[in-house]
Design a protein around this ligand. Structure first.
Ligand SMILES: Cc1cc2nc3c(=O)[nH]c(=O)nc-3n(C[C@H](O)[C@H](O)[C@H](O)COP(=O)(O)OP(=O)(O)OC[C@H]3O[C@@H](n4cnc5c(N)ncnc54)[C@H](O)[C@@H]3O)c2cc1C
Length: 647
């Protein structure tokens, strides 16, 4: 059992961060030059942290698995980034953003962290504008905003449908400044395969050079994991194909707690699955729900005709359409949070109203907005998304509604961190999607970019200084020690073992099987029996993997199959812990929907008396059931209530 201390500062909510910053230690410029920091990951979390820490004067080594830092998964982000600037004068405020985020997360996030996130959100926009990020502007030149789910104000800043890419270009330019100045060293195509702990502190990592297969050791005074989320445990997701949970998982196996692993976000507006040979799902941004209306036919006859392609959606009369989100949630309509919108789509499809051949699709329709605003306006707002949709489906969404269905998108769970973003292993930090903080059981749209950049630009640069102030007399980390030797040996043995199995199934075949188990039993709806089955089936699949996987090629050249095999080995353990977590949580909250716990109207039913805590799982050994530790969540400043998006 671990001692859990979230290190939340005392005092009134609005003063906590300011008081904390005043109380923590700083490192002098001369001492910063002597300190080394490893950052794993160059998405918005990692790139912003690397640039900021290097600007402060630390020596930074930054690692990523892609061929350039700017190809991190963050470039996929489409819709936007939230900030409480109140540019629309629609009564937004730090408090309102905080409130929406806590409520959106179904009261399963820490108040202090979320308030801080809302507080620094405005600075993120200023920082990015200063970097030259081309946010959309209104006719007067002010930055424009649109609405995202779970909010009744417009606070989402955007750059067409490419917000992540533009933000990452800004962070990447700042990162390059550090590289040119000489205090950032960038290692591309290098994958971290283990974290090295010396005397209880994180002191380095073991990486594999993905081009040569060589295993390397790197030491530092602190290690920051910014390695993204683990949604690809489901095989099919909207994540980049090489997104993975391995770095976080290795940290877990070295003693870091893994928090709320079962909290997965299923995004309501993705292009539906179209076959067995598919390896990726495509998101249609939530921003589309500003102008798109979601519906299915009211009459089963129309559904049948649609499925047989006897009619088109545009031929169904207005009065025969069921705009079910507007019907069920009048106050928020199509802009309810993702978990609510996803469940409502599933409910309609389960009731037999799904509009494609598989019965697993609903319409996202722009005809009302096109009639009101004209096609040109819609094109200016979402042109690239419409083009992407047409390329994939061969349907012109200006003429016929898009077909969409929920898909795995984001993981709210991740490495447990305290208020300082440090895991329970001293010197090991986790930022961005890799940590669990801030989003509770459901993340609101446009909040991931906000959190990643808040962590990297405005939180970690302060809090890591407090830890490093105690390291100023520590010499450079010696990588020729027993701890590094042992970690390197274990990594080499794992790689060799995988090549030696020479079984009959490919990594992808086994990964797909895991994906089916996860989606069917640990997906959008879960129940006790299904979760018991999932645990048994994952165990069996893991055994099959270790005896029957086939990894072609060799270790000494670029070999994506061994990369995938190493990641799948970790997913096969992580998936099981996700199932344990979902099994343990006898309530429904946010994206975690246990069928046994729902209201009469099919909404998530929380059990605040018994489950108002962060579930922190502790590794107990290979194949062993992990141990549950609990961090109680105390709500001092907000009234915990049943989420209501109807009024
Ligand atoms: C299609 C899509 C659209 C989205 N749109 C939005 C949006 O509009 N607004 C919003 O707020 N959020 C959005 N999100 C979510 C958001 O994009 C992500 O949560 C966020 O970008 C994650 O950033 P990150 O820095 O934590 O990780 P990532 O961007 O995933 O970066 C992870 C980094 O870690 C590296 N890495 C991983 N493992 C290793 C390892 N073992 N060794 C070395 N390096 C490693 C990778 O190479 C990469 O550099 C979207 C997500 C998707 C999938």
């Amino acid at each position: 059992m671990k001692q859990i201390d979230s290190n939340i500062p005392a005092g009134p909510l609005a003063d906590k961060w300011r008081n904390h910053k005043a109380a923590i230690k700083v490192v002098s410029p001369a001492n910063k030059r002597k300190l080394d920091i490893i950052i794993v990951g160059t998405g918005l979390g990692g790139a912003s942290a690397a640039a900021s820490l290097a600007d402060l004067g630390y020596n930074v080594k930054v690692f990523c698995i892609s061929d350039s830092p700017r190809r991190a998964h963050s470039i996929a982000a489409q819709g936007g980034i939230n900030a409480a600037k109140n540019y629309q004068n629609d009564n937004d405020s730090v408090y309102r953003l905080f409130y929406d985020t806590i409520k959106g997360g179904d009261y399963r996030a820490r108040e202090a962290n979320v308030y801080r996130l809302a507080e620094v959100s405005g600075s993120i926009i200023d920082q990015c504008v200063a970097q030259g990020v081309p946010f959309a502007r209104d006719y007067g030149g002010l930055l424009d905003n649109r609405s995202f789910g779970g909010a009744q104000v417009s606070r989402t800043f955007y750059a067409k449908g490419q917000t992540g890419q533009q933000l990452l270009l800004g962070a990447y330019a700042a990162l390059n400044k550090g590289i040119a100045r000489g205090n950032i060293k960038s290692y591309v195509r290098h994958e971290m395969l283990d974290v090295v702990i010396v005397d209880g502190k994180a002191r380095g990592i073991i990486v594999r050079n993905l081009v040569t297969g060589e295993i390397e050791r790197h030491g530092a005074h602190a290690v920051v994991l910014a390695t993204g989320g683990y949604g690809n445990v489901f095989f099919l997701s909207t994540n980049a194909m090489n997104s993975n949970g391995s770095a976080a998982w290795q940290a877990y196996k070295k003693g870091a707690l893994f928090a709320n692993p079962c909290f997965t976000q299923i995004h309501p507006t993705c292009i539906p699955v179209h076959g067995d040979q598919q390896s990726k799902l495509t998101l249609m941004s939530e921003s589309l729900r500003n102008d798109g209306r979601i519906w299915v036919p009211k009459k089963k006859e129309d559904v049948e005709k649609l499925r047989k392609k006897q009619i088109k959606a545009s031929q169904i009369a207005e009065e025969d359409r069921d705009y079910y989100l507007e019907r069920r949630y009048p106050a928020f309509g199509n802009l309810v949070p993702r978990d609510v919108a996803s469940r409502a789509a599933k409910e309609r499809c389960d009731a037999g109203f799904g509009v494609n051949e598989t019965g697993l699709a609903v319409f996202l329709d722009f005809s009302t907005a096109i009639n009101r605003l004209g096609q040109k306006t819609i094109e200016a707002r979402y042109g690239n998304l419409f083009q992407m949709y047409e390329k994939i489906t061969d349907v012109n969404p200006y003429e016929e509604p898009m077909m969409i269905y929920p898909a795995v998108h984001y993981t709210m769970g991740g490495l447990w961190v305290d208020y300082n973003l440090m895991t329970n292993i001293p010197g090991l930090y986790a930022i961005g999607e890799a940590n669990f903080s801030d989003h509770g059981a459901n993340r609101l749209g446009a909040s991931a970019l906000m959190q990643g950049l808040a962590d990297g630009y405005f939180i970690l640069p302060y809090t890591i200084g407090d830890y490093l102030s105690k390291e100023i007399t520590s010499p450079k980390v010696n990588i020729n020690t027993a701890e590094f030797e042992e970690a390197e040996k274990a990594v080499k043995a794992k790689v060799e073992k995988l090549f030696s199995i020479k079984g009959k199934k490919t990594v992808d075949e086994l990964h797909k099987e895991l994906g089916h188990i996860m989606w069917d039993l640990v997906g959008m709806a879960r129940n006790e029996k299904g979760l018991e089955q999932a645990i048994e089936r994952i165990k069996a699949l893991r055994n099959e993997f270790w005896t029957n996987v086939y990894v072609p090629g060799t270790n000494s050249s670029f070999n994506p199959e061994i990369e995938k095999a190493l990641r799948l080995a970790d997913f096969l353990e992580l998936g099981e812990v996700m199932a344990y977590d979902a099994y343990n949580r006898n309530e429904s909250c946010g994206g975690h929907f246990r069928e046994e716990f729902q209201t009469e109207e099919g909404e998530a039913q929380r059990d605040d008396a018994n489950y108002t805590y962060v579930a922190c799982w502790e590794y107990t050994g290979e194949g062993q059931k992990p141990e549950l530790n609990k961090e109680p969540l105390n709500f001092e400043f907000i009234k915990v209530a049943q989420r209501n998006y109807k009024e």
